[in-house]
Design a protein around this ligand. Sequence first.
Ligand code: ADP
Ligand code: ZN
Ligand code: ZN
Length: 727
Amino acid sequence: MLSILQVALDTPLHRLFDYRLPDGLAAVPPGSLVEVPFGRTRQVGVALGTAADSAVEAGKLRHLIRVLDDRPALSPDILRLAQFCADYYHYPLGAILLATLPPRLRNATPFVAGTPWLLLTEAGRAAQPAARARAQRALLDALRAAPQTRDRLRAQKQGRHAAALVAAGWAAWARLPPQATGSAADDPLLRSDPSPAPAATAEQQAALDRLLPALAQFGVHLVHGVTGSGKTELYMRLIDAVLAANKQALVLIPEIALTPQLERHFRRRFPGRPIAALHSGLGETARTENWLAAPGCDLLLGTRLSVFAPLPRLGLIVVDEEHDGSFKQQDGLRYSARDVAIARGKQADVPVVLGSATPSLESYAQALNGRYQLIELKQRAISQARLPDIELVDLKHIPLDNGLTRPALQALADTLARGEQSLVFLNRRGYAPALYCPSCAWVSPCPRCSARLVLHRTAHRLKCHHCGFETRIPAECPGCGNPDLKPLGQGTQRLEETLAALLPAARIRRIDRDTMRPRAWTALGESVRAREVDILVGTQMLAKGHDFPDMTLALILDTDGALYSPDFRATERLFAQLMQVAGRAGRADKPGRVLIQTAFPDHPLFRYLQRHDYPGYARELLAERRQLELPPVTRQVLLRAEATAMDTALAFLQRAATLAPESAGVSVFSAIPAPMARVANLERAQLLVQSASRQALQAFVRDWRPRLDDIRPRVARWSLDIDPLVF
Ligand code: ADP
Ligand code: ZN
Ligand code: ZN
């Protein structure tokens, strides 16, 4: 008699939970979402298997409340992928399964699917708004012609007028499946205005000749293509072939604001094809709707979490900018979406295409050793677009004035005089990295972190960028009472102020997380292209993906921290960022110029950068990693612990080290305080485990993890990070 249902729940426990099926319910298909009692609450879980009996005493077994049949069950391939993650990341299966779901499906409240449409009511048909309510009249007329989707109304900034019509009783919101309104043009998934494909370049064609025959089965293909070489165009050609075979494509992109642009690009290229997007810029409802629409779409464009989206006809996975750090989740299930994409491709037997101008060393090493296919695009797709010249300004000989050298300022002035545009990069948000007291050397400490509070002058606040703490700017030094506190160093706000004073004729825009919302990016792009901006100031996030034809100068003010950082990946990341920046300058017919201020012009990184030689630098870095036995030559696992006292955190890790299983070829290092030792009032420590063999390391962690549950005294939090990227 099969009457026990095993349910995965979102708990820290590595086990399933048993429930009794109500009378009359013989089985629940695996993957179904169910509601069950849990302690004194109810939880949504995922039904996995049925069993004849349970280790729980029959009298204590509780009943399943109900199957949530208002939503689709998780498909077998998603269950299998989640199981892979549970095994590889040593994380509870239930927590993974629930995390793959969009927010609205994680609780039992019914979610009404379908896009919200604004429909005319009976009263609305006859309504006559006042003549001066012109916008409302226009919207009413539009509604008389056809219902409008909420998405479109928002895009046209009509939300306020829509609300006014609803308040007047002239219109009402309704959720309809897209086809219910008839016209495909009204379906937001299909909205597009087509643009045809250009003829492939010789390099693109050579790449296609290799990739198209490989689409039939699993394989990992690394497309290393310089910025502007037409990687996106190459993906679209592959997607063409996938769609022609009636399959779906999944395109994973980094967690950045340019999703809407890329989405528009894809929609133009595949008119009439249902395309869904999933990213954090969408609200919970939109994310849930798009997730629900994913099985029926032809193309899903999304950030990290989309790797778990339901795609029954999956035929291709593309990971664009595969080196980007945002593919790795930094809390909870610390997965790498790139690696999970490869696991999914393998399970589903579909190819995975990784693309980048500066591949991660992890991927590049696999391509060099032949496990991934390496495909190179060395030329820019638009032939007259040359790679820019990269010049160094030696800070050992040329003095800084407010963070700028004379040659840098001159270059900006020259570019302005030619009527061209410049980018200025500084990787520090805020006005100044700290506020300091010249008389007692007080330097605005965060009371909760081992970090400085950053001066945000326009907001009149000191803010911690690590824990979110903020406070008013003190009128006098808390250390000695000196009223004359000074900003220390340069942030983007201060840089903007400096530039405005030095180049009064320039129209300057500053972009960083303090000023930008995702939607504003599109508007910014338009205003740059319309030549309403002369100088864009911002952090490196500005470098990603924008294509500004008249941007001919890129100025990089401060990179030196990364050149000699204790983080062994810092130079790899810096090189990637600088290549990105260099890729922004001079993309069209005008030659570009990149100027880097540095006190270390002899660093080998610059030599390779000036030659635009990624392969050369990658080989040098790989040789260094081999010598130092660092990833990707070895594999790492980091055990982190946080406690109110550093001693407690360290003691936990030392105990963990003594509980380590004997394992040949696995090294357990010493417990040490984390580089950022204190965040939000918790002291943080870490213990590194490393091996040349992934299998040996996995077997080690499999034995080790269960022993960690029993360590006393407990710490506030501990976690395992498999393949950590940030220390
Ligand atoms: P990447 O993704 O490698 O940086 P993109 O795909 O964005 O490069 O292409 C860079 C520019 O080259 C874009 O403006 C794109 O439209 C153009 N392009 C790409 N392929 C071709 C082609 N085959 N013919 C003409 N222009 C192309
Ligand atoms: Zn002081
Ligand atoms: Zn802080």
